[in-house]
Design a protein around this ligand. Structure first.
Ligand SMILES: Cc1cc2nc3c(=O)[nH]c(=O)nc-3n(C[C@H](O)[C@H](O)[C@H](O)COP(=O)(O)O)c2cc1C
Length: 127
């Protein structure tokens, strides 16, 4: 999700890992709605960019059974750590957000039913 970022229209984007592309799925500035869905942690509304890690559990449990749930969470941790490290490397601030409403975040992001939000990373210039 981006807002007021030079060179990219404000909106919600889906990162397509196979072709390294960002696909616009919803136009507009949704940071305020996202902040509210994160139990009104309103500093999120000020961030020009938030990355939301989502999971489609079936893609992993279909292969590894129940144990796949564990793998999904491990992988989300790895991705999240990389986001934190890259933000610091670019001189940007970020905060991992685990406190959010499981029903509200998918509504704000217009996620399909099977895609579950796990982790939110607002990123910006730290003051
Ligand atoms: C899984 C997880 C969820 C977190 N959720 C939130 C959150 O919802 N809101 C928040 O302000 N910080 C959240 N944090 C950030 C922590 O409060 C803390 O700022 C961060 O882990 C760095 O802590 P340290 O600087 O004391 O090491 C979360 C951290 C982790 C690891």
């Amino acid at each position: 999700m981006v807002r007021k970022v030079k060179g990219i229209e404000s909106g919600v984007y889906y990162y397509h890992p196979t072709n390294y592309a960002l696909n616009l799925i919803l136009k507009g500035d949704w940071q305020n709605s996202l902040a509210k869905a994160c139990f009104a942690q309103m500093f999120i509304a000020d961030a020009p960019l938030s990355i939301v890690i989502t999971a489609e559990y079936e893609r992993t449990t279909g292969k590894y059974g129940e144990r796949g749930i564990r793998y999904v969470h491990m992988e989300a941790g790895h991705v999240g750590q990389n986001i934190c490290l890259q933000a610091v490397a670019l001189g940007l601030g970020n905060v991992p957000i685990g406190a959010f409403r499981d029903d509200e975040v998918p509504r704000v992001l217009n996620l399909p039913e099977e895609r579950k939000p796990l982790y939110v990373f607002p990123i910006g210039y730290s003051g």
